[in-house]
Design a binder for this molecule. Structure first.
Ligand code: PXP
Length: 243
């Protein structure tokens, strides 16, 4: 079975919208673990727009599965990771005003700074994954960087399959094939293959069928669904208090 890492960033997005203390991403992580999640994933951004340092520190203490920290390869984040010691550090590119992570790391253009970041994390005993686009040259560069794991960016497949209609079947298939070919190439090169970004209840099955992909990290669509399937109970509970 493909492992599931649940990204709880957007529980923190909701909390930070009011700068208050609910909903709590740590509580959400425990619920996700209780439901069977294999891993909790969080992205500590340089601008701290959702997850805060304290969330990661608390998660490190309380979760019973694995903690995957998505982070930019900056001096600040490397020092934080070495202190908090997540089970996996996933290096991602980060732009100040992006809505979400835009594309994978460019391991070719940023080979030397990535090598330096990986050296520091590996010397500190950390397991590191690189978030990359499903492209041959990125997989080769990741191999040259001597990582054991990569996470394939499924964003383009996810964008193509946002609406699954006969009109865009070919585009979906084309993006899916890129992910599958990249997964096969990476596994052949001896890399552990993970994937994620933008996956939904509607488009995830094809990705699950790619045997080389061992783990998926999914956030937004799970939290989006939770907000709707939980709303009925939440309204009933408030009405009960108004009686
Ligand atoms: N994997 C990585 C590397 C990511 O940056 C993200 C988004 O934080 C995800 C997976 C999860 O993406 P989504 O929230 O779209 O499911």
């Amino acid at each position: 079975m493909t492992r599931l890492g649940v990204n709880v960033d957007h529980i923190a997005t909701l909390r930070e919208a009011r700068k208050t203390n609910e909903p709590d991403p740590v509580t959400a992580a425990l619920v996700a673990e209780n439901a069977g999640a294999d891993q909790i994933t969080v992205h500590l951004r340089g601008d701290r727009r959702h997850i805060q340092d304290r969330d990661v520190e608390l998660l490190r203490e309380v979760i019973k599965t694995r903690l995957n920290l998505e982070m930019a390869a900056t001096t600040e984040m490397i020092a934080f990771a070495l202190e908090v010691r997540p089970d996996v550090c996933t290096l991602v590119p980060e732009q100040p005003n992006e809505i979400t992570t835009q594309g994978g790391l460019n391991c070719v253009a940023h080979f030397d700074p990535l090598k330096d970041a990986l050296r520091k994390l590996h010397e500190g005993g950390m397991a590191v994954s690189l978030f990359i686009d499903p492209e041959g040259e990125q997989i080769e560069a990741a191999g040259d960087l001597k990582v054991k794991m990569i996470e394939l960016n499924t964003a383009r497949y996810s964008e193509a399959s946002l609406y699954i209609t006969p009109a865009n079947e070919k585009a979906i298939e084309a993006e899916f094939r890129k992910v599958r070919a990249a997964a096969e190439m990476a596994a052949e090169a001896g890399l552990q293959v993970l994937a994620g970004h933008g996956l939904t209840y509607r488009n995830v099955r094809s990705i699950v069928a790619v045997g080389e992909i061992e783990e998926l990290n999914i956030g937004h669509n799970i939290i989006a669904r939770a907000s709707l399937v939980g709303l009925d109970q939440a309204v009933r509970e408030m009405i009960a208090l108004l009686k």
